[in-house]
Design a protein around this ligand. Structure first.
Ligand code: ADP
Ligand code: MG
Length: 398
């Protein structure tokens, strides 16, 4: 159980609250390409604002290497400040140095009716180092701490772990609550049949997830480039497809251990292939699971779409991580779209975790009929692996 907003003191009027959000939106030339992360933060912000709290909001944005002028321009929260102001219809004051004392004076104003947004927290050298001094600097001017940055909870950074450690009043926001409820259900208590669908480029990214579900999943479906490593382990011809040679024997071992429970990994039975990634228009569909020597696999084929959809249709719980093909290059998004469609149409509890699979699901147009799409890429995967996320552990009720 986490401390939630309801656990904060009843009277929040004029209380100064540090709110850690994940406003790490995709930017291009200073324009926000997708404001989902900002919109997802609104319920918590509105709740605190309605109670009359005074908010200092912090988030990281991208991966600045330092705080030099180039990085400061490229990774500035300025577009976020504008968008946040528009969505909340409030004045947002952007504080240039996230570690400065400036917020203290603003928060003390008698008629305070704005939101303070700190510049990119990673401009502060202490943020990623989880520096106690930085935490103390913040703690000196706020009364309480709220974290709603689920996507950052796997990082033991100052604004995620160090600050709540020294705050008496702390809580998780609504987004974290929603994420934890949905992911916990799938991880700890999935109704069976429980179908785990994995894809993406690398087996090595997903080893811990597979390990955690070998004794729990009813079926494990593997698509994406990952599948070629499994197929190779079974002696299938995969041509020039992406294979992690160093993981072939591990894939064989996974399949062997799963079969000890009388279960089989469900792998693609046909593929969309190309001779070269530079010629996506010359793609072909294979007739079976074998791929010719000059070809590489870029998506699951139509028979595989149907096969995977059947398992999804019969499931009671489905968790999907990792696209079925190179979805960034249409038409190699069709396999992933078919999975999203089958999940949307299934009566199962359906959850997607992973940045790319979530993006593919949104592109497919089926996102609204999926029970939960996690906003945390790496964080949701680590959660599903059963790892302790430092940002959540620190908010756990004693
Ligand atoms: P997620 O973000 O959902 O966890 P990953 O990051 O693990 O997913 O994997 C996404 C990447 O996998 C995408 O960039 C996609 O292009 C790549 N991918 C999927 N299928 C293939 C394939 N057949 N060949 C090469 N790359 C693939
Ligand atoms: Mg990814």
């Amino acid at each position: 159980m986490l401390y939630t907003l309801k656990d904060l003191p009843e009277d929040l009027k004029d209380k100064k609250i540090f709110v850690r959000l994940d406003l790490n939106v995709p930017l291009k030339n200073g324009k926000i390409l997708d404001n989902t992360r900002i919109r997802e933060a609104l319920p918590t912000l509105n709740y605190l604002l309605e109670k009359g709290a005074r908010l200092v909001v912090g988030s990281h944005l991208g991966r600045p290497k330092g705080d030099g002028p180039e990085d400061r321009a490229k990774f500035s929260m300025e577009p976020v400040a504008l968008e946040l102001g528009n969505l909340l219809n409030k004045e947002v004051v952007l504080i240039e140095d996230p570690a400065s004392e400036v917020p203290r004076g603003l928060l003390a104003e008698s008629r305070f009716d704005k939101i303070i947004l700190l510049e990119n927290l990673r401009f502060a050298p202490g943020e990623e180092k989880n520096d106690v001094r930085l935490c103390n600097d913040w703690a000196r001017y706020v009364d309480m701490y709220v974290n709603d940055a689920f996507g950052s909870c796997h990082r033991a950074h100052a604004s995620i772990e160090g600050l709540p450690k020294i705050m008496k009043f702390k809580a998780a926001g609504f987004l974290i609550e929603k994420e934890v409820v949905a992911l916990t259900k799938v991880r700890d208590n999935p109704e069976e049949p429980f179908v785990l669908i994995l894809g993406g480029s690398k087996v090595s990214d997903k080893i811990a997830v597979i390990e955690n579900y070998l004794d729990k999943a009813s079926h494990i479906i593997v698509g994406g480039a990952m599948a070629y490593t499994f197929l190779k382990a079974k002696g299938v011809n995969v041509g020039k497809s992406l294979v992690e040679e160093s993981k072939v024997s591990m894939a064989a071992d996974f399949m062997k251990r799963f079969s000890a429970r009388d279960k089989e990994f469900i792998l693609p039975v046909d593929h969309v292939v190309v001779r070269s990634l530079n010629k996506p228009e010359e793609s072909q569909t294979t007739s079976d699971e074998n791929i010719g020597a000059e070809f590489l696999g870029v998506d699951i084929g139509p028979k595989t779409q149907k096969l995977f959809a059947r398992y999804i249709g019969d499931a009671k719980t489905v968790f999907w991580n990792g696209p079925m093909g190179i979805y960034e290059t249409p038409p190699f998004n069709q396999g992933s779209f078919a999975i999203a469609k089958a999940m949307a149409e299934s009566s199962a509890m359906t959850v997607i975790g992973g940045g790319d699979s979530a993006a593919a699901a949104v592109d497919s147009g089926h996102a609204k009929d999926i029970d939960h799409i996690s906003t945390g890429g790496g964080a949701s995967l680590e959660f599903m692996e059963g790892k302790t996320l430092p940002g959540l552990a620190i908010l756990r009720k004693k």
